[in-house]
Design a protein around this ligand. Structure first.
Ligand SMILES: Nc1ncnc2c1ncn2[C@@H]1O[C@H](COP(=O)(O)OP(=O)(O)OP(=O)(O)O)[C@@H](O)[C@H]1O
Ligand SMILES: [Mg+2]
Length: 181
């Protein structure tokens, strides 16, 4: 007889280029190596499929986060570690996802990848900060669009002061502490 393992949603919120995706995939590798079932719901992929057609208005960002939260909860309720490296700039959107998990009795962890905008804008993995500075785009989270940092996340990762491996290890330690890994 098999027993369904404890699933959980682990949401990594933070600015563009903060390191959400990088840390999520590092953690995913470690969890898979330890035999866990893992799915990464990355913002860019989701926008191509599940949220195709949505833009970056407050309303569309909220809808995007609710859709991702819905899918993550389904996965987590079935024993998957759902890792979600998605900006999710609005506190009320994130709270709604947390409440949905709570009402279903599904574990939910909020991780703030708290890299300062000065560091993110130098990393600028997708060139968005440069485009915004050049006036080619607007509505960039943390620059000319809001980012409401979590007040009391389950974990805050200072990615600018540690390696990717150290960040993933801190997350794994939290999962272990909560009986999820
Ligand atoms: N400690 C660290 N943790 C995570 N990323 C780091 C760290 N140090 C340097 N980096 C680098 O920072 C960049 C982060 O990019 P990444 O795509 O993970 O950001 P993101 O938060 O997913 O951004 P976006 O919201 O645009 O998808 C990568 O190039 C990564 O190698
Ligand atoms: Mg990313």
């Amino acid at each position: 007889m098999s027993v369904t393992e404890a699933g959980a949603t682990i949401w990594l919120t933070g600015l563009p280029s903060a390191g959400k995706t990088t840390i999520a995939y590092e953690l995913a590798g470690r969890l898979r190596a330890a035999g866990h079932r893992v799915e990464v719901l990355d913002g860019d992929e989701i926008r191509e499929f599940l949220s195709a057609g949505l833009g970056f208005s407050r309303e569309d960002r909220h809808t995007n986060v609710q859709r991702i939260g819905f899918v993550a909860e389904l996965l987590a309720a079935n024993g998957v570690k759902a890792l979600v490296p998605v900006i999710a700039p609005y506190a009320d959107s994130r709270d709604a996802v947390r409440k949905r998990h709570q009402s279903e009795g599904t574990a939910y962890l909020e991780v703030h990848v708290a890299t300062p905008v000065e560091v993110c804008s130098v990393r600028d993995v997708k060139g968005l900060y440069a485009k915004q500075a050049a006036g080619e785009i607007s509505g960039l989270t943390g620059v000319d669009d809001p980012y409401e940092a979590p007040e009391s996340p389950d974990l805050r990762i200072e990615s600018h002061t540690q390696t990717v491996q150290e960040s993933a290890a801190a997350l794994l330690a939290l999962l272990t502490e909560r009986g999820l890994a």
